[in-house]
Ligand binder design. Structure first.
Ligand code: ADP
Ligand code: MG
Length: 614
């Protein structure tokens, strides 16, 4: 019988290898970013379209490649980083297997351009499924640019296996975070579908962490520093009071490589012993430097798991240095750089202390008293007043003069001294009226004001919620009977993350089972039967966010609630309601646009009107 064993053709072998290295678009991002780092780049740009399904491009200003090297780099086991097996135990670079480019080229359309500083022209190579379609001289900046298009175009099973853009993008952002955090001395930019997700300038580690995770992170960090013969530890751990029920930001880097290590994770959590409530997790960003000879990074194709020579000692050192830091620094926030004002709380609230959310329990609450008696205790305004008065509640707390001040909003077309509602106008008590249950029209000195009731109320509610969430405590109305609502475990997780802000906004809630939330209080504007819808909408709004992007939770909640709870088009309003809404709108900080950036009102000047009659 004939021999039956054959050597696989290269392109097949490459495809098989690709399966190990490239699981999803994020793997490509990781490998290409690591190559850029290994090439000594100081600026790295990541450009992604449709979560990497259409394009992943990395542009670096590293050392570049010669024409021959560029061609060779696409071969399997082609690497400039190690030469012999001995080198495997002295790795100073991210890559060393020489597999990444070959693997990626086997399952995508790849275009590479590269030039070294001393070369006048560079080279450009186009490859499709391991086949080199062209290689030619090209004018290109120093460094390397690799574009990967149509990932898995020839492996439909893999392509179909990809998750939604949202999920794939989340993975990409995770990988981006990991590389960017480990290299704060490199500048990173990240664009996704024309929008800039990250722009990270050179900085120290702390600033890089803050630039990635938002300005609020800074005050939560406790520095950790320890140097022993076997390891140098640097980085930050989160203050216990900021721990979360979800495992949030937990990062280990060993010699600037992100790794996963349940064992070392245990060392960190054991350092928090007695400081965290059950089921809570602290964040950490820890950078370990060890002798490359004391670790083995070659145990996993993606190199996120490594073996330490002396794991037990490492555990002990890590644990004790974190304990020490927590003991030393558990007091005041440490600011070590200028704050980026973009990251601060919007509006005028920046200078005020952010108060910890507190839940007020109505000690006088008596379930056997009547509802209206009850309500007048815990509401600012009696619940028996007309429904429309809910517009007032919670907004009047600033006192009367705010309203007056707000009414003197000025139009560009008016003289600088002329208030919107001129003195005579106020005396005349100009009435408002509603048209099509959609617009409120009011005569003003200079003509006519037309307000979109829905958008105007969104603006009013938005500012009111934002203020409550960021500065004051929310005004709650107690529910007569606690309400239980069912959610999926994912949804519960989202609510859990939002809880501090929701409490500030006026909710009183607790997670009563793994798929259930019990609500005992809610913002005064709300009706009990709206609860579920409002929370569902909020969850959807959170899910719609681009993950990892520095959006503000407070802003998001304020927007979501304002949209859910605002008076809608089609609702008939009494004259008082109309007047109130107009007043309230013009005491807002940005009355002219809704929280979603659309016009809330227009004015028709006398001149415009005159023109119509000519
Ligand atoms: P590895 O990184 O494991 O060596 P890769 O397949 O990722 O394997 O890359 C192969 C080789 O191509 C690298 O060893 C390096 O010499 C070269 N190379 C890849 N990307 C770049 C880049 N961005 N700049 C310069 N050289 C690169
Ligand atoms: Mg590599």
């Amino acid at each position: 019988m004939a021999d039956i064993i054959q050597l696989l053709p290269d392109h097949v072998a490459n495809q098989i290898a690709a399966g190990e290295v490239v699981q999803r678009p994020a793997s490509v991002v990781k490998e290409l970013m690591e190559n850029a780092i290994d090439a000594g780049a100081t600026e790295i740009r990541l450009i992604v379209k449709n979560a990497g399904k259409i394009l992943i491009q990395i542009v670096d200003n590293g050392i570049g490649m010669s024409t021959t090297d560029a061609r060779l780099s696409l071969e399997r086991h082609a690497t400039s980083k190690i030469r012999s097996a001995d080198d495997l135990f002295n790795i100073h670079t991210k890559g060393f297997r020489g597999e990444a480019l070959a693997s990626i080229a086997a399952i995508a359309h790849l275009e590479m351009k590269s030039r070294r500083t001393d070369d006048e022209v560079g080279t450009s190579i186009i490859v499709e499924g391991s086949k080199v379609l062209s290689q030619e001289a090209a004018v290109t900046p120093v460094g390397t640019s690799v574009s990967v298009k149509n990932l898995f175009y020839n492996v439909p099973a893999r392509r179909n296996f990809l998750k939604s853009d949202q999920v794939e993008l989340r993975h990409i952002i995770d990988e981006f975070h990991r590389v960017a955090m480990a290299h704060s001395n490199v500048e990173f930019k990240f664009h996704h579908n024309e929008s800039e997700l990250f722009n990270l300038p050179l900085s120290n580690i702390r600033q890089r962490i803050v630039n990635i995770f938002g300005g609020k992170t800074n005050e939560k960090l406790v520095p950790v520093k320890e140097e022993t013969e076997m390891v140098k530890i640097e980085g930050f751990v989160g203050k216990p009071e900021f721990s979360k029920k979800t495992r949030g930001e937990q990062f280990f880097f060993v010699n600037d490589r992100f790794i996963k290590s349940p064992y070392l994770n245990h060392a960190v959590s054991s350092a928090y012993e007695g400081l965290l409530k059950d089921g809570y997790h602290a964040s950490y960003f820890l950078f370990l430097k060890v002798d490359p000879q004391s670790i083995d990074v070659n145990i996993h194709p993606t190199k996120t798991e490594i073996k330490f020579e002396d794991e037990h000692s490492l555990y002990a050192i890590l644990r004790s240095s974190i304990k020490h830091s927590l003991g030393q620094f558990s007091i005041a926030p440490v600011l070590d750089f200028e704050r980026d004002s973009n990251m601060d709380t919007p509006y005028a609230f920046k200078n005020k202390d952010v108060s910890q959310p507190r839940i007020e329990v109505d000690k006088d609450y008596n379930p056997f008293r009547s509802k209206s008696e009850q309500a007048s205790k815990s509401w600012q305004k009696s619940a028996s007043a007309g429904q429309w008065e809910s517009l007032y509640v919670g907004l009047r707390s600033e006192g009367g003069d705010q309203q007056k001040e707000g009414s003197s909003f000025e139009f560009e077309s008016d003289a600088l001294t002329s208030p919107l509602f001129g003195e005579e106008d106020t005396k005349l008590e100009l009435k408002t009226f509603q048209i099509h249950n959609k617009f409120i029209v009011k005569a003003i000195k200079s003509g006519l004001l037309v307000i979109n009731q829905n958008r105007a109320h969104q603006r009013v509610l938005y500012e009111s919620y934002l203020e409550r969430i960021t500065v004051k405590e929310g005004v709650s109305q107690q529910l007569l009977f606690p309400k239980k609502l069912g959610f999926s475990s994912n949804e519960i997780k989202i609510i859990e993350d939002l809880t501090p802000q929701l409490v500030q906004a006026g909710f009183i809630l607790e997670i009563s089972a793994k798929d259930e939330i019990q609500i005992t209080g809610m913002p005064v504007e709300m009706n009990e039967d709206e609860l579920e819808l409002v929370l569902q909408q909020l969850i959807r709004d959170v899910e719609d966010q681009v993950p990892g992007h520095n959006f503000s939770l407070s802003d998001l909640i304020a927007k979501s609630l304002s949209s859910s709870l605002s008076i809608k088009t089609g609702k008939k309003l009494s004259v008082e309601e109309q007047e109130y809404l107009v007043d309230k709108l013009f005491s807002c900080k940005e009355p002219n646009i809704s929280p979603f950036n659309v016009t809330t009102f227009i004015t028709l000047g006398i001149d415009d009107l005159e023109k119509k009659f000519t």
